[in-house]
Design a protein around this ligand. Structure first.
Ligand code: SF4
Ligand code: SF4
Length: 350
């Protein structure tokens, strides 16, 4: 059921209302591709964009950040927690990226609260925009149920009427949180949906269902057992022969959350910072420990590990799928290693 009907101009009013208290992050066209960036000019905001090269993860979980500062004085160590609270409004987040953020929310709060991530997340406002069709060839979001967002947003826009350009769009709107609802009420924005609008929404959902192709030969629920049977497959070795262990697939992935920790000290060794930076399971040193011993020294075992995490282990641990099917890993891979091909070859083989 819809909560409001809203025009593109009214979406801009909401964003303008958020702007004094939030940095606004949205899709920006650069060199023919879209990237989530901080918006300085809202007038050019185009919510009909295809897809962003990277998800918005870096604004909630930066590639590098300081966790705390420490110092040694009079023989004692002292530390000061470094927590960043920058209210951020994300505008135009597709369902796959909303589902990826839901996963990050879960893993950064489940057993241990990650205050660095959660402080940013708690002051984030998310305006999602639904995808009526696949954003580009190769995505398998319908297979991974990543193309539908049921929660994880404050407001969700459904493009019911296209019009002749971005400025003519008319959206069905659903509240995802109380603060989303309050934001609209505050500005008296949007119209109450009529029966014809609900019919248009039903028709939209039917068209969407038909518009998304399924590329996997295995249903999402069956992927864990497919992988269980495939642990010793020769496919891992055969495919990983092409892998450069560059980690681009990890860096491009909106659901990857592994990081490494290190200290930076000054020349006196009495002051410094503890930092973290993104790490990636495809990188050769990822599983190296003291000794030195590497638990996954071969590219094949690293590739298998990544695929197992995406389609089985993360779901086993968190209850939320570790992959949303956005295919950013596949597009980032110069060796053209392709997730859909891996799953489908395993399905044929086993
Ligand atoms: S593993 Fe690939 S398809 Fe899945 S969420 Fe990450 S980048 Fe997207
Ligand atoms: S992007 Fe491709 S080549 Fe690079 S680590 Fe990932 S699978 Fe290997």
């Amino acid at each position: 059921m819809l909560d409001r009907i809203i025009t593109h101009a009214e979406v801009l009013r909401i964003v303008a209302d958020l702007a004094p208290e939030h940095r606004i992050v949205g899709p920006v066209l650069r060199g023919g591709q879209y990237f989530y960036e901080i918006l300085t000019d809202l007038s050019g905001l185009d919510l009909t964009f295809s897809y962003c090269v990277y998800g918005p993860r870096a604004f909630l979980f930066p590639p590098t950040e300081t966790l705390f500062q420490f110092s040694r004085q009079n023989g004692r160590f002292e530390s000061t927690l470094s927590i960043e609270r920058v209210p951020t409004a994300f505008v135009g987040v597709h369902p796959c990226d909303i589902n990826a953020i839901r996963l990050l929310d879960r893993v950064f709060s489940k057993d241990h609260r990650d205050e660095h991530y959660l402080s940013r997340r708690e002051c984030a406002f998310i305006i999602g925009v639904d995808c009526a069709k696949e954003c580009t060839v190769g995505v398998f979001c319908a297979d991974m149920h990543g193309n539908v967002a049921k929660d994880g947003f404050d407001l969700m826009l459904f493009p019911l009427e296209q019009g002749s350009g971005p400025n003519d769009m008319r959206y069905g709107l659903v509240f995802g949180s109380k603060r989303g609802e309050v934001r609209l009420q505050k500005g008296s924005i949007g119209a109450i949906p009529k029966a014809a609008d609900e019919r248009a929404m039903e028709e939209y959902q039917r068209r969407k269902e038909a518009a998304f192709p399924h590329r996997l030969k295995t249903r999402l629920e069956e992927l864990p057992s497919l992988l269980n049977r495939s642990y010793d497959s020769l496919l891992w070795e055969a495919t990983a022969r092409r892998c450069y262990s560059c980690g681009s697939c990890n860096m491009a992935c909106p659901t990857c959350y592994c990081f490494n920790i290190f200290d930076e000290t000054d020349m006196t060794l009495t002051r410094g910072e503890r930092k973290r930076e993104w790490d990636g399971c495809q990188l050769e040193k990822f599983a190296e420990v003291a000794g030195p011993h590497n638990f996954r020294p071969k590219a094949a075992s690293r590739l298998r590990h990544r695929i197992f995490r995406k389609a089985k282990w993360v779901k086993d641990q968190s209850g939320i799928a570790g992959c949303v099917g956005c295919a950013r890993c596949d597009r980032a891979c110069t060796a053209k290693i392709n997730s859909v091909e891996i799953y489908n070859q395993l399905a044929e083989e086993i």
